[in-house]
Design a protein around this ligand. Structure first.
Ligand code: G16
Length: 541
């Protein structure tokens, strides 16, 4: 097996979710190979083991899959299960790892980031539990990438991935599988397909935007074939390497076609979308957008109506910047609630230990213990199943939810592509200021606590520092600042703004009106304009 000599690249530190860079960076000679070898070299006991491999089909997916197959063979793996045409959604990879009890898997995706030759590419490793490599393992990949001098790659022909079946590279078996079948079967186990079918038969109007990304084939199979939704329910359902020139981010801007349709008086009962690799979701009822944080809370409050969760939830978790709407449900229903840093990898231990059965993030990710990734189609099926049982509109369910638990008004302001040095300076200056802030009176209320979030993992007893700067007010309002770990150009400052109002307060305010004072304060407290040159965010999520 040929050994290829190489030199380290200095930018292969995984971020919030694996290594994400521009496609052109990944196309540089040895760049992908170095990182793959860094992964393999950091994983003892891989000899003869089985790996799952697939990606969201974005530009460079096909090339990278062939390279990784040859490297897996040269690195001693015995078997690779790969999705047909090299395609598997992120939750489907997680499921396959668990179903087939494999050593782990490699996912090729830059999630909701744009694709195509000018777009982004990414790679991450998921372990034997099906979840993203924990921080310490990702750090080991980075350390290995900095010390690399050579990599192993089999001298072999490309494998035909267009048909399911098995072939070999040297002694390693390559098994090409249908990307959809096992995942769809899992969904049938968790949800009441009969009830959802009856919902569609009763004239319920649903539209799903697959954004020319990986969920197209999954959504057509599940919604149109197995659940009997009318043909055409799934739009943009053909996966394309450049996502049809779009940006596969399921938000009101990029999924505007279904969003606008749902906001009309005669719009569909439910509009939904997923992202590049199928782990994020967007939920919009007729004239009723649902924030990811609220969606998570509603799912937690109603999960017992769904067969896979009818015994009730054990516990729940959310990432720190996610609104505390989930906590209100947990408190009322008597299950434990945990607060973790941003990144699905931090839920893994809690899920594996059986401490939580449901979790989610403000960044449009919701999931449960059925896999170890967030799962876009699962979230949509959750809503469909809940709607089928409750026989109410999304708006009625939301109104009832707020009337029961109160409402967490919430917005995330993103300042994108800002100068990295300015972003670091902003965070550093604010960090220094934190000790002086508690007790300060502001137009948004009195600051009670100002600190930097650190997470102590109760299972493996590790601590993750530096996970966001928090300004907390006495009425449960808060402002949180952190820098994104998924961007590929400059830095992105995320400012999360939240205000809780109780059930006897105004539950129907316009969100920006409800948050005005906090938004103004978020800008002055951190001197955003001085450090970034921007006074308004690029995106309000
Ligand atoms: C990834 C992670 C999520 C995280 C999100 C945003 O999602 O898996 O856990 O919440 O990035 O991270 P950041 O705020 O650092 O950009 P995805 O869907 O991009 O893989």
């Amino acid at each position: 097996m040929p050994t290829v000599h190489t030199k380290p690249f200095d930018d292969q530190q995984p971020g919030t979710s694996g290594l994400r860079k521009r496609v052109i960076r990944f196309q540089e000679p040895h760049y992908l190979e170095n990182f793959v070898q860094a992964i393999f070299s950091s994983l003892p006991g891989r000899e003869g083991e089985t790996l799952v491999l697939g990606g969201d089909g974005r530009f460079h997916n096909d090339v990278a899959v062939q390279t990784i197959l040859k490297m897996a063979a040269a690195n001693g793996f015995g078997h690779v299960i790969v999705g047909q045409d090299g395609i598997l959604s992120t939750p489907a990879v997680s499921h396959l790892i668990r179903l087939r009890e494999t050593f782990g898997g490699i996912i090729l995706s830059a999630s909701h980031n744009p694709g195509g030759p000018e777009g982004d590419f990414g790679i991450k490793f998921n372990g034997t539990n099906g979840g993203p490599a924990p921080e310490a393992v990702a750090d080991a990949f980075f350390a290995a990438s900095r010390a690399i001098t050579s990599y192993e790659i089999a001298d072999a022909e490309d494998v035909d991935l267009s048909q399911t079946g098995t072939s070999k590279i040297g002694r390693m078996v390559v098994e090409v599988v249908d990307p959809v079948a096992d995942y769809a079967a899992l969904m049938e186990e968790l949800f009441d397909f009969g009830a959802i079918r009856a919902l569609f038969n009763g004239g319920f109007r649903f539209t799903f935007d697959a954004m020319h990304a990986v969920t197209g084939s999954y959504a057509k199979e599940i919604f149109e074939r197995r659940l009997g939704a009318p043909k055409g329910t799934v739009i943009n359902g053909t996966p394309k390497p450049d996502f049809g020139g779009g940006h596969p981010d399921p938000n009101p801007v990029h999924a505007h076609v279904i969003y606008k349709a749902a906001m009309k008086v005669d719009g569909p009962d439910l509009a939904a979308a997923s992202d590049g690799d199928g782990d994020r979701n967007l939920i919009v009822g007729r004239q009723c957008p649902v924030t990811p944080s609220d969606s998570l809370a509603v799912i937690a409050a109603n999960a017992h109506l769904v067969p896979g969760y009818e015994e009730g939830l054990i516990g729940v978790a959310r990432s720190m910047p996610t609104s505390a709407a989930l906590d209100r449900v947990a408190e009322a229903k008597g299950f434990a609630a945990y607060e973790t840093p941003t990144g699905w990898k931090y839920f893994g231990n809690l899920l594996d230990a059986g401490w939580i059965s449901l979790c989610g993030e403000e960044s449009a990710g919701t999931g449960s213990d059925h896999v170890r990734e967030k799962d876009g189609l699962w979230a949509v099926l959750m809503w469909l199943n809940i709607l089928a049982v409750r026989k109410e509109s999304v708006a009625a369910i939301m109104a009832h939810h707020f009337a029961t638990y109160g409402r967490n008004y919430y917005a995330r302001h993103d300042y994108e592509g800002i100068d990295a040095e300015g972003a670091t300076n902003l965070m550093e200056a604010l960090r220094k200021k934190l000790p002086t802030l508690a007790g300060q009176e502001t137009p948004a209320g009195t600051i009670q606590v100002a600190d930097e979030f650190a997470y102590f993992d109760p299972i493996d007893e590790t601590t993750s520092e530096g996970q966001g700067l928090r300004i907390l007010f006495g009425d449960s309002s808060r402002i949180v600042y952190r820098l994104s770990g998924t961007g590929t150009v400059g830095a992105t400052l995320r400012v999360y703004i939240e205000r809780y109002v109780g059930t006897d307060d105004d539950l129907e305010m316009n969100v920006s009106d409800a948050l005005t004072h906090l938004v103004d304060l978020s800008k002055t407290l951190a001197s955003i304009e001085r450090h970034t040159g921007r006074n308004t965010p690029d995106v309000i999520a």
